[in-house]
Design a protein around this ligand. Structure first.
Ligand SMILES: [Zn+2]
Length: 270
């Protein structure tokens, strides 16, 4: 049972090359969730962690130069958990959409948490191909977290194959393409219905509207970043259908869209 869900921005990024909004967005967030359950706290994604801020070089010079994270200590998940009166040890579980460096950086701030991830994603991160090496930073999990590897079972969630991660309240939904084992994380809302953290399966809210709208620079970027662009596009289409058919039951959002984050964070505080 989930009792409260908070929306956190665990990294602000201002990429080079926004070209007045025609390229990459000029302002991106790392949208994470802090979910309160009687059994403990769950984080969905972690943004950058205190170890990244202490040594940004581990993220790689190209990434830091191009993406320009603000590295604000107050934005780390750890700082925001503590600001809410919790301790890091209260976080018993972390569910990751994928292991890209801007999603897994906070893992080591919560060393006691079990880390739920798709088996294919952990395999990709541990054995990256040449063109995957820059996106995964092994130092972010050098503390040997307790991994909980999930594999798709016969379960279904709104027509998607899925796997229950924490009871029937937290469900991993494979949305591969951006990375080999990329997934969405669905969390049951206390008041009914679901939130679906769709990770990096899209970057701009318009991409999942009917009809979709695209920002050309972002489409090029996502295509370049995709481990499998065909799967990425097919899953974006399925999210569009989900939004059209079940938008009243499932609230879908992505990791990096500032407007989606702002709307949900504002709604939460009312
Ligand atoms: Zn990302």
């Amino acid at each position: 049972m989930t009792t409260h869900i908070a929306h956190l921005n665990c990294a602000t990024m201002r990429p080079v090359g926004s070209f007045g909004g025609r390229g990459l967005p000029s302002d991106m967030v790392a949208h994470c969730l802090l979910v309160e359950r009687p059994e403990g706290l769950l984080l969905v994604d972690t943004g950058f962690g205190t170890a990244d801020l202490a040594d940004p070089r581990r993220l790689g010079r190209p990434f830091v130069t191009m993406v320009r994270p603000s590295f604000d200590p107050a934005e780390t998940a750890r700082a925001q958990v503590e600001a809410r009166g919790f301790t890091c040890d209260d976080v018993t579980d972390i569910a990751l959409t994928h292991l890209d460096l801007d999603h897994a950086g906070g893992l080591s701030d919560f060393p006691r948490a079990r880390v739920h991830v798709f088996a294919d994603e952990l395999d990709a991160a541990r054995n990256p191909k040449l063109n995957e090496r820059a996106r995964y930073v092994a130092g972010q999990w050098a503390h040997h977290p307790t991994w909980v590897e999930h594999r798709p079972s016969g379960e279904e969630w709104f027509g998607f194959t899925a796997v229950q991660a924490l009871g029937d309240d937290v469900v991993l939904v494979p949305l591969t393409g951006h990375t080999r084992g990329h997934c969405g994380v669905a969390v049951r809302r206390p008041g009914g219905g679901w939130l679906l953290h769709a990770g990096d399966s899209y970057f701009y809210a318009g991409e999942t509207l009917t009809p979709p709208t695209y920002q050309r620079g972002l489409t090029v970027f996502q295509t370049l970043m995709a481990a499998n662009n065909g799967q990425r596009r097919a899953n974006q289409e399925r999210l569009r259908t989900l939004r059209a058919d079940h938008g009243d039951e499932v609230l879908v959002f992505s990791a990096h869209d500032r407007s989606e984050y702002a709307a949900l964070a504002a709604a939460e505080s009312h």
